[in-house]
Ligand binder design. Structure first.
Ligand code: GLN
Length: 332
């Protein structure tokens, strides 16, 4: 049996090439792509170098493959949402969290000011409204305590000791985040967020302004791919049942109003951020992260989407593909 698997693994390797070479090839192929536009509705984000481009894959057993600007830092933006959702679930349990935020895709843009008319909940925790309601659940006596709790939880998914808020981006979001302010007031009107909602909105802006690298994000994704155990530090960052819930919502809602197309073509749970990052999770196999700031009309990195389509196709990563094949990320 082993021999058959080993032989098949070698065949696959020959067909696809070693992962390091494949990443290099995809990187070179997509480097000339300049479509999309750097987000500027948060003025600080418009300062990003539009040509920045990094791809990193971290396997579920901790091998790191990277190409391009993988150490360059950027603000995590909405890629923080799945992790903070995990923290809320682990703090309060499913029932409490589901009473305030649904798990239904919206088909609307990430910043739509829309709540479920019947239940008055935001539709899901991956769009801004739902994410703000989730952040409102982070406990703590003071705003600093709440921020530290959030940062400490996210740190568990990285191997970096250094996770902090980029103050210029935070200030920029805080002064221009009128839609987020509108939706949090609407939710307060419906009793879906606490009386600390203004502090929670600031906490949400801080969470979006945390600085990470493409490599950090790939480790975070790999931790989800590894059922909550960080494959670099070997520490458990989240319970496996939390990871299951988080990945389910990422799969249906993580790419906003292109979540359906994404599920069809890429077939992996993923999350994007308007700074131009995307991370995708191939359960049991690897975490994939891309940084490339030019985004499309849905708010998703143009090159990031292309990289994931390409990796999913080449390595047969689609969740519903025929997986009667050996593990594919076998190193270089
Ligand atoms: N901080 C951004 C906002 O609230 C996050 C949006 C995103 O990354 N899609 O609009």
């Amino acid at each position: 049996m082993d021999n058959i698997l080993a032989a098949r693994a070698n065949e696959v390797k020959k067909e696809t090439g070693a992962l390091a070479d494949v990443l290099q090839e995809i990187y070179q192929q997509l480097l000339p792509v300049k479509t999309g536009k750097v987000a500027d509705y948060i003025p600080e984000l418009s300062k990003a170098n539009p040509d920045g481009f990094g791809i990193c894959v971290v396997t579920a057993d901790g091998q790191v493959f990277e190409v391009g600007d993988t150490a360059q830092r950027f603000t995590i933006q909405s890629a923080s949402k799945p992790f903070v959702y995990g923290l809320a679930l682990e703090t309060w349990g499913r029932e409490h969290v589901l009473a305030r935020v649904g798990v239904e895709p919206t088909g609307d843009s990430f910043n739509a000011i829309v709540l479920d008319e019947e239940s008055r909940r935001p539709y899901n925790p991956m769009v801004n409204a739902g994410a703000i309601a989730v952040t409102d659940m982070i406990p703590g006596n003071t705003s600093t305590e709440r921020l530290h709790r959030l940062i400490d939880y996210l740190k568990g998914f990285t191997d970096s000791e250094d996770l902090f808020v980029d103050m210029p981006t935070f200030t920029s979001e805080r002064t221009t985040g009128h839609r987020n302010r509108a939706v949090v007031h609407l939710m307060r009107g419906f009793g879906m967020v606490s009386e600390r909602f203004e502090e929670s909105l600031d906490l949400y802006f801080q969470q979006c302004s945390l600085l990470v690298s493409c490599r950090d994000l790939a480790v975070m994704a790999a931790t989800l791919a590894n059922s909550g155990v960080n494959p670099i530090t070997h520490r458990r960052a989240a319970w496996s049942y939390t990871v299951r819930d988080v990945l389910s919502v990422m799969y249906t809602c993580g790419m906003y109003d292109s979540a359906g197309e994404w599920a069809f073509w890429v077939g992996l749970p993923a999350k994007s951020g308007v700074s131009g990052c995307i991370f995708a999770v191939a359960p049991g196999q690897a975490g994939i992260a891309i940084y490339s700031p030019r985004i499309d009309a849905h708010g998703n990195s143009v090159r990031g989407v292309r990289v994931c389509e390409e990796l999913s196709r080449r390595y047969n990563l689609h969740l519903f593909a025929d997986h009667d094949r050996p593990p594919l990320f076998t190193g270089s």
